[in-house]
Design a binder for this molecule. Structure first.
Ligand code: EPU
Length: 334
């Protein structure tokens, strides 16, 4: 049977699969014929970080829906929570806040599922999920071997991990284990926009709930809701360049924003590069960048996956031409 994937991708593009399998428990993989598991496959989480370029997807797709949130250990100050990969990330964030568990409040309102969070090491407002992941459990699809990856096994880096590289579409994360604080929460409020939002609301000693609430507001004001306007969040990663190259760029572009990564490297907001290439004024078919955040490509209506892909390539070409910087996709292109 041919399944439409339109509701399974946040860009809302039309694409079809005849090989879509819903996974509700780790055992569901064992019930699949080996000839299905042994092919090249696609593991689908919330579908909020993918672009379906092809109209027809031939590879088997495993849509992970494993549920459950369970406390499995506790100390005086910390709590250990095991979460099914198919749990909606933001629901988990609010479950933590309802229980006064700290650690992921800066990652509020990020679309997608818990199982995808470690794959791209989601991050926002000064925090990354790697800061709270204890381990990731799952299964190698081809041989059904189960494995638990400790935090250091996951090779977390900026917007990446072993699951996005070596193990891409080979290992399915079924559960993620987290460590959170029960009291003496660490508050991360240094990110520019978070700091000023707290100041504006006269909040001096923010609680984890205050942090979540201001970040939710910031995100809502800046980022489009994919349920209203199709998008997959940041389309590209922020490029990291060495200091010498940065100094040369700064000579030509005095107002270039940047973040120092270490003594040798600087991160430049891709949003600024894209905006400076004039993309806030460019529309291609039914595709453009978002008005408040040029790093987010949006589907203005009935855009196809290929339209969005072509537009993204135009952005890359312009940025290379103007700045000699090659942007790297953050979104997975299928
Ligand atoms: N900027 C522009 N034009 C714009 C928007 C931003 O020039 O239209 C410049 C401004 O100078 C701004 C800077 O870019 O100060 C940074 O913008 P922002 O704070 O929005 O953050 P970002 O670097 O563009 C990253 C993440 C976001 C995350 C925010 C907040 C990546 C690829 N993206 O965006 O994550 O929400 O920081 O922490 O690292 C996502 O990954 O899908 C995502 C939305």
């Amino acid at each position: 049977m041919k399944h439409s994937l339109k509701d399974l991708n946040s860009f809302g593009v039309e694409s079809y699969s005849s090989n879509l399998y819903y996974i509700n428990s780790i055992e569901d993989f064992s019930n699949l014929d080996s000839h299905i598991r042994e092919k090249e496959t696609i593991i689908l989480g919330g579908g909020t970080n993918i672009l379906l370029k092809s109209k027809i997807i031939e590879k088997p797709i495993f849509k992970i829906q494993i549920q459950g949130i369970e406390i499995y250990n506790e100390t005086e100050n910390e709590v250990y929570v095991s979460v099914g990969a198919g749990v909606n990330w933001d629901q988990f964030v609010w479950w933590c806040l309802d229980n006064n568990f700290g650690g992921i409040e800066n990652l509020v309102s990020i679309p997608g599922n818990v199982g995808s969070a470690p794959i791209q090491n989601i991050g926002a407002y000064g925090r990354e999920v790697k800061d709270v992941v204890v381990s990731c459990e799952g299964v190698f699809i081809k041989n059904l071997q189960k494995k638990t990856f400790t935090n250091s096994d996951c090779n977390f880096t900026y917007r990446s991990s072993i699951f996005k590289n070596k193990l891409k579409n080979l290992f399915a994360i079924t559960k993620v284990n987290f460590v959170l604080t029960k009291n003496n929460h660490l508050i991360f409020s240094d990110y520019g926009s978070v700091k000023s939002a707290l100041n504006n609301s006269n909040i001096i000693n923010p609680s984890i709930n205050d942090i979540a609430n201001v970040i939710k507001e910031i995100r809502e004001s800046k980022l489009p809701d994919y349920k209203v306007i199709g998008n997959a969040g940041s389309f590209f990663k922020n490029p990291i360049i060495n200091k010498e190259r940065f100094e040369k760029l700064k000579f030509d572009y005095k107002d270039i924003p940047y973040f120092n990564i270490n003594k040798k490297e600087v991160k430049i907001p891709a949003a600024w590069l894209i905006e400076t290439c004039g993309f806030k004024k460019i529309k291609y078919k039914n595709v453009s960048v978002h008005n408040n955040q040029s790093l987010v490509i949006v589907n203005l209506g009935k855009a196809t996956g290929i339209d969005i892909y072509k537009f993204s390539q135009k952005i890359k070409e312009s940025v290379v031409k103007k700045f000699d910087i090659l942007l790297e996709e953050e979104v997975n292109i299928i």
